[in-house]
Write a protein that binds this ligand. Structure first.
Ligand code: ATP
Ligand code: FE2
Length: 316
């Protein structure tokens, strides 16, 4: 079986083609970026409409398949930015009608988790899902995923991006923050862990004060925001693993690209005698292959479900 997966929840428009034997045949994406500001939904919509056909053509070419060889189309139905989701839905509806394919709407967060399991041979991991919007510690329950801890306000990636905007780093800011942090030293920031949850907005306010008053350099703030926020998240993950007895940790989402974060989590796992795995870079951020694989897994449960901007992983 060959599944064509389409990602369109936020700044990335992607088309991935995957076989039921776990082979990624193609994974092409085009992401909206901006050097001046964060994500503006209307600009993202225009971006996705502009690149969709080109991304599709490149994916089909990369996979050496034609529409005749595609069994169905999986698409990201949520969570995400409302107009961007509807744009994605409009695009896949057009392709589905034109080529006579069935649509399977999937949850974008679950797709991140599933593709991590697809490429790593893990038994029953604790998932740490850290992207722009999401910061969640998740385990598999009897029927559904269970969110054991999460952010009470914004996601870790969005926090880094907002911080980047304050100090003029452009979007997305995560990669630059990681580089600048190498030159920085520690300044104290609030450390906000509440039970099993974390909160980032107070840290952002403090960073803004420090930056505007000239009390800390951008390098120092980059270093300190990483040390503080990564430690907060690592603490919650460790508690979740201790509580559930999980011996595997799988790091997922765009922030998983950060090497410092991986080092901290790896050390925590080593101390606990647990195995630490990261989703390979090309499958860590938003892309279509994960949507295709999740579509394959849920093909009997979901069809064209339109979009659901608030759809949580524990509701699937
Ligand atoms: P979701 O819809 O699942 O929340 P997303 O749309 O936010 O996903 P992802 O590609 O999963 O997209 O993650 C993007 C985030 O990852 C951005 O906030 C970006 O700043 C962050 N990021 C990317 N690279 C790094 C890095 N090296 N260090 C820290 N953060 C990073
Ligand atoms: Fe994502």
């Amino acid at each position: 079986m060959i599944i064509l997966g389409v990602e369109s929840t936020a700044h990335t428009f992607g088309v991935g083609i995957v076989s039921h034997t776990k082979k990624v045949l193609a994974n092409v994406k085009d992401s909206y970026t901006s050097s001046l500001h964060g994500m503006i939904p209307e600009e993202i919509v225009q971006h996705h409409l502009r690149v969709a056909d080109g991304v599709l053509a490149r994916a089909l070419e990369q996979a050496s398949v034609t529409w005749a060889g595609v069994d169905f189309i999986a698409y990201s139905a949520g969570p995400g930015i409302d107009p961007v989701l509807w744009t994605g839905h409009r695009i896949v509806t057009g392709w589905a009608k034109k080529y006579g394919k069935k649509l399977v709407g999937v949850n974008h967060c679950c797709a991140h988790l599933s593709v991590g399991m697809m490429v790593n041979s893990l038994r029953d991991p604790c998932y740490l899902y850290v992207s722009g919007v999401n910061t969640q510690v998740i385990v598999q329950g009897k029927k559904k995923y269970v969110v054991m801890g999460e952010t009470l306000d914004i996601g870790l990636g969005n926090m880094l991006d907002k911080f980047g905007r304050i100090v003029g780093l452009g979007f997305p800011a995560g990669p630059q923050i990681e580089q600048l942090a190498l030159k920085g030293k520690y300044v104290e920031l609030p450390y906000v862990v509440k039970g099993m949850d974390v909160s980032f907005s107070g840290i952002l306010t403090r960073i803004e004060q420090l930056y505007k008053s000239g009390k800390a350099t951008v390098d120092d703030l980059c270093f300190s925001v990483q040390e503080t926020c990564f430690a907060m998240v690592a603490e919650v993950v460790e508690r979740a693993m201790a509580h559930t007895g999980k011996k595997e940790l799988l790091l997922i989402g765009g922030v998983a690209a950060n090497k410092r974060f991986a080092v901290m989590l790896e050390r925590m796992c080593q101390d606990r005698g647990a195995r630490f795995t990261v989703v390979p870079m090309d499958l860590a951020g938003d892309q279509g292959a994960m949507i295709a694989w999740e579509g394959y897994l849920r093909r009997k449960t979901y069809g064209d479900i339109e979009v659901n901007p608030q759809w949580r992983a524990d509701e699937v």
